[in-house]
Design a protein around this ligand. Structure first.
Ligand SMILES: Nc1nc2c(ncn2[C@@H]2O[C@H](COP(=O)(O)OP(=O)(O)OP(=O)(O)O)[C@@H](O)[C@H]2O)c(=O)[nH]1
Ligand SMILES: [Mg+2]
Length: 535
């Protein structure tokens, strides 16, 4: 095998998804701990403590203890080279999560053991299903009161419509979680509480058939375990790796990210079951990871990750070939060759310069303002990967700087957050005055906007919320937009690229606009090639 094939074979790229608070960031950090990328885990919600979760790097995330943006990190474990993507669970940030899923080859779906399948889990699961990626279920928070594992299996099937196959099984319930039983090795893995999960859990492993187990586990736990295992073996779905890789069966693991119980055996097995980097669709057909020319796409842009540098990074998922530092590649957004400068990877708290990267890798490129979400980079000119999904904003506000002296910083911040896809911007002409309008999918994005403008750009802002709930891009129009017959509450404007849009308060107004203006064509997301407004 040559170098490229060897590197592809050992790479794994996955996203962690779930409803808010199931423990994604905590689990991410524990995986880094087991991968040796960090020596001590900081507690996620220890607000006043010095230690914070490694992947919640934004100031606002540390304060609130929620993830508002996704983060990508690398680590190694037993020969594997792993790219892990922690995503925000809150639905207001789901656009970010969806974008990240495009860069992942599989998903780890966390369930809070006491809550089971929650609303946001359901939505994210649907997206994974659509992409056909393998989904691994980790039932977290087993250290607390938990639903019955059989009931959770039932819930996966009833609510998500996917059959499950437990790989391990929990021992001890409701605050007395002692370990897991591995169905593949017939071994019982028992843990001893450690220092609140800051370091790896101490453990011992015994075969379920070993008489010594009787002295180690309470009799009622052992009896129950043997009964449940028998039931699973008889009535449960058989382990079927091909079905797992097709995303039709989800392997199920039980554990507790906070105490580290069950984290390592999960990681071990997950890595061997999940797929190495998969191909991606482009306008020139499927691009396989082992095709020799380098290619990749931008799925995330993020500024100010490091307050000391105030720089901007474009995150690229490598799809094929070998990436080399400072190489030249064709850039779809600009339709020309550019040099890919200062590539970086993230290992826990540290950034490291990348010399070479392989398919599956996530690298951050220094961005002087030339990248856009969805851009393709490739050695072969003219290649374009599938578009990154964009959501139509549902909340709008007029924004202006609190202090007019800070207008420059204000505009810079707004432009940057718009490039990141953290907000969408529009302008609107009114009484000869140009107004900045911000659209978001979830209202929490407004909070992040205000917070980041103040903290990263030193500009406080005034926000007046607007009554619109819908924006539609004008794909075609029978007449100039100001001559259209529209309801009095419908407004005209342009998006960040100057493409014409209409804002509506309700669906009724949209219907009316269509009825009254034959030939008017509207789109929910920004179309690729639009009609350039004839206003
Ligand atoms: N008891 C218990 N608590 C846990 C466990 N894992 C995480 N938590 C706690 O659950 C809370 C949420 O954890 P996070 O890791 O921030 O959850 P998240 O899924 O990343 O949340 P968002 O990113 O905001 O969606 C924190 O207070 C954690 O300490 C666990 O295994 N057991
Ligand atoms: Mg989180």
């Amino acid at each position: 095998m040559d170098q490229l094939h060897r590197e592809i074979a050992r790479r794994r790229t996955f996203a962690i998804i779930s409803h808010p608070d199931a423990g994604k960031t905590t689990l991410t950090e524990k995986l880094l701990l087991y991968g040796g990328a960090i020596r001590q885990a900081g507690s996620v919600k220890a607000r006043k403590a010095a230690a914070h979760a490694t992947s919640d790097w934004m100031e606002i995330e540390k304060q609130r203890g929620i993830s508002v943006t996704s983060s990508a990190m690398q680590f190694s474990f037993e020969g594997y080279h792993i790219n892990i993507l922690d995503t925000p669970g809150h639905q207001d940030f789901s656009e970010d999560t969806y974008r990240v899923l495009v860069a992942a080859d599989s998903a780890v779906m966390l369930l809070d053991a006491s809550r089971g399948v929650e609303e946001q889990t359901r939505k994210l699961f649907r997206v994974c299903r659509m992409r056909g990626i393998p989904i691994f279920t980790f039932v977290n928070k087993m250290d607390r009161a938990a639903k019955d594992p059989f009931a959770l299996m039932e819930e996966l099937e009833q609510v998500l419509g996917i059959r499950s196959c437990p790989v391990n099984w929990p021992i001890g319930v409701d605050g007395d979680f002692q370990g897991v039983y591995h169905r593949d090795t017939r071994a019982v893995e028992l843990y001893f509480s450690s220092d609140h999960g800051r370091t790896k859990a101490r453990k011992t492993e015994v075969s379920i058939d070993d008489p010594a187990l009787e002295g180690m586990l309470a009799a009622h736990y052992l009896t129950r375990l043997r009964e449940e295992v028998e039931l699973l073996d008889e009535a449960g779905d058989a382990f079927d790796l091909a079905a797992i890789r097709r995303g039709e069966l989800t392997p199920m693991f039980f554990g507790s990210a906070i105490t580290n119980f069950g984290v390592e055996p999960f990681l071990n097995r997950f890595l061997s079951y999940t797929l190495p980097p998969t191909p991606r669709m482009s306008d020139q057909g499927e691009i396989r990871p082992d095709s020799p020319d380098f290619s990749g796409f931008v799925f995330k842009i993020q500024a100010n990750m490091n307050p000391a540098h105030r720089d901007r990074l474009a995150f690229v998922r490598v799809v094929s070939g070998v990436f080399r530092r400072d190489m030249n590649a064709w850039h779809s957004g600009q339709n020309k060759q550019i040099q890919l400068k200062a590539p970086q990877q993230f290992m826990a708290d540290e950034r490291a310069m990348v010399e070479t990267a392989y398919p599956g890798d996530i690298i951050g490129l220094f961005d002087p303002g030339i990248y856009r979400l969805g851009d393709t980079l490739s050695q072969k000119p003219g290649l374009r990967f599938e578009r990154i999904p964009v959501f139509a904003p549902e909340h709008f506000a007029r924004v202006r700087p609190f202090d007019s002296m800070k207008r420059k910083q204000f505009l810079k911040g707004i432009e940057q957050l718009s490039n990141e896809g953290a907000i969408q911007t529009f302008t609107r002409e009114e009484i000869g005055l140009e107004q900045s309008i911000v659209g978001v999918v979830g209202v929490l994005q407004f909070d992040v906007l205000a917070y980041r403008l103040k903290n990263e750009y030193g500009a406080e802002l005034i926000m007046d919320s607007l009554p619109w709930r819908f924006v539609r891009w004008v794909v075609d129009s029978p007449k100039p937009l100001d001559a259209l017959n529209l309801t009095s509450t419908t407004a005209r404007g342009t998006d960040a690229r100057g493409k014409p849009v209409l804002f509506f308060e309700n669906e009724w107004s949209i219907r009316l606009a269509m009825e009254r203006n034959p030939g008017l064509a509207l789109d929910e997301i920004e179309p690729m090639d639009t009609f350039e407004g004839r206003t």
